[in-house]
Write a protein that binds this ligand. Structure first.
Ligand code: AMP
Length: 548
């Protein structure tokens, strides 16, 4: 017997449709951007959609064809937003690169993705001038500014001006329809071992994620919101905010490179922002600035905090002192990124406030579209009792099933189904609240950015006085974690903490250099010779980093 098929229109879920919808139904809703150039830029969804069409035309004129990668090295702003839609909407792939990485890593990533065009903000001109010879796949370098801000001369041959490219087009362009499973964007994560790996999102996964992120038990976004994503557009598409905002017709406020507490607070107030999203570290800056100057937040009512664990004290301060509801969220690059958000169910409203808070401090419940399980060392799933802790695995329509250009599957079978292992260790309670209790992956997360422990160890091991070295994350009140290097000296060799730290200069980005070095007689190992990081983390859990 054959099934009866639905008689519904088959409209592919394409990213361009989000902006087309906003341009039609929220045509005069504003997008406000603090520019790298220093001023505020304002226009509307209607303007953005027209310019995104021009970007699509300009990229085609540069010779881009379906599937080509268009890289960006840019802050949150309207031009970046236009490239998101102009590139993906015309069947190209928008590859957002994290400018905080070490230059060699940026070059490696651009090469791995075989990027054809690189669009970058003025801030990064000196970096790209230096890096251009190491970017052989890039055929066109586009500086995201106007003619007036273009350098008189540049080491980059044929450097193009973004505004000139856009202005040269007429916008007579119809967004193409194609398979919704086509790649829309790529984001590399260094939160894994070895080289960074690319998560390749599809139009379908991005639109589904945009719907889910806007739901009431998630970001609860609506056309009444004025949304300021502090989380960068190079961090998993700013957690999907640039897609969810046009989906609901919310006003967008982009902070550009101005991410310090004072600038953010000014923008929250001036632009009457109602909702924001970012990692805990940025909120520390905002809270300190407000406390030091006796300031309040008059319109900001909700914020999603995630990327690393939100300290309970921060949640309380924001709620009690500034009237901002904190929605603690967990996600990953491999999950587009949202997996869980912490919102109470009706029955929890009867609990004492402290019990409610303990629930809200967890990483939260999964949104429809993401399923999760925890497994023990034997690979069998564990009960949702809030106590059993195991490896956290997820599956869903916006979870990767492999990395860009890699054949091997990261997926793991549990109870006859394939799941993505997150590298996080968690408990889940009977109401579905997940709580991260540890991390099995060997990486350090500082201020929402990854630091590879392997890179730190490889550099240390290259020092002639080092016999063995292990890099572990150590708790830090501002950055959540900072790297601590544990070193065994070679017999008979001298090595001081200062000499070891100086050895990192020029070998890795400054902010990735360990905060401290401790010398030990031996590092614990497993039976198979691997360093026992869990044991080391336990041993140094109370280590006080300098200046803390
Ligand atoms: P990324 O791919 O850079 O977004 O990093 C994802 C990883 O960050 C997760 O696998 C966790 O290890 C960590 N992470 C994200 N959100 C949280 C959170 N709310 N609490 C604890 N860890 C988190």
């Amino acid at each position: 017997m054959s099934s009866l098929m639905g008689r519904m229109m088959r409209m592919p879920m394409l990213i361009s449709s989000l902006l087309v919808h906003a341009a039609r139904h929220s045509a005069d809703t504003e997008i406000v951007s603090k520019r790298v150039e220093g001023d505020l830029h304002r226009y509307t969804y209607r303007d953005a959609e027209l310019r995104a069409r021009k970007v699509a035309q300009a990229l085609a004129r540069l010779g881009c064809e379906a599937g080509d990668r268009v890289a960006t090295l840019a802050w949150n702003g309207y031009r970046h937003f236009e490239i998101y839609f102009g590139a993906s909407g015309s069947q190209l792939v928008c590859h957002t690169i994290n400018p905080r990485l070490f230059p060699e890593q940026i070059a490696w990533i651009a090469g791995d993705a075989a990027d054809k065009v690189l669009c970058f903000d003025l801030t990064f001109l000196p970096l790209i001038e230096k890096l251009a010879p190491s970017l052989p796949s890039i055929e066109h370098f586009v500086l995201m500014t106007d003619r007036a801000h273009m350098p008189e001369s540049s080491k980059i041959a044929g450097l193009l001006c973004y505004e000139e490219l856009v202005e040269a087009e007429n916008g007579h362009y119809a967004w193409p329809e194609f398979d919704e499973n086509t790649a829309s964007s790529i984001c590399y994560t260094s939160g894994t071992t070895g080289h960074p790996k690319g998560a390749v999102y599809s139009h379908r996964s991005s639109v589904l994620h945009a719907y889910a992120a806007a739901l009431p038990d998630a970001m609860c976004l609506s056309s009444a919101d004025s949304v300021l994503p502090v989380v960068p557009m190079f961090h998993v598409n700013a957690w999907g905010v640039p897609y969810s905002a046009p989906l609901v017709g919310a006003r967008l406020v982009f902070p550009g490179p101005h991410l310090d507490g004072k600038s953010l607070h000014e923008l929250f107030e001036q632009e009457q922002v109602t909702f924001s999203a970012g990692v805990p570290t940025v909120w520390l800056g905002v809270i300190n600035h407000m406390k030091n100057h006796g300031l309040k937040l008059s319109t900001l009512r909700r914020t999603v905090i995630g990327g690393s664990a939100c300290p309970p004290a921060m949640m309380r301060t924001l709620e009690d002192d500034f009237g901002v509801e904190v929605i603690h969220a967990w996600g990953m690059t491999e999950l587009s990124p949202l997996g869980t958000l912490s919102k109470l169910k009706t029955k929890h409203k009867a609990l004492p406030v402290e019990a409610q808070r303990r629930l809200l401090e967890k990483q939260g419940r999964s949104i429809y579209g993401i399923d999760m399980c925890i497994v023990g060392a034997d690979g069998k799933s564990l009960p949702w009792d809030g106590r059993s802790s195991g490896d956290l695995l997820v599956r869903g329509g916006w979870v990767i099933d492999g990395y860009f250009g890699r054949d091997e599957s990261p997926l793991q079978e549990v109870d006859g189904q394939l799941w993505f292992p997150t590298g996080d260790v968690a408990t889940i309670d009977a109401d579905g609240f997940m709580q991260i209790t540890d991390r099995s992956k060997d990486v350090i997360k500082s201020g929402g950015e990854w630091i590879s422990s392997i890179d730190l160890e490889n550099i240390a091991m290259a020092h002639p006085a080092v016999l063995e070295a292990a890099a572990i994350g150590c708790h830090h009140p501002k950055w959540d974690e900072r790297p601590l290097l544990v070193v065994v000296r070679r017999p008979g060799k001298e090595l001081t903490r200062e000499e070891m730290l100086a050895f990192y200069e020029g070998r890795i980005a400054k902010w990735q250099i360990p905060d401290d070095v401790v010398f030990v007689d031996e590092i614990p190992h497993t039976a198979t010779g691997k360093m026992l990081k869990l044991k080391l983390r336990e041993q140094f859990k109370d280590h006080r980093l300098p200046g803390v």
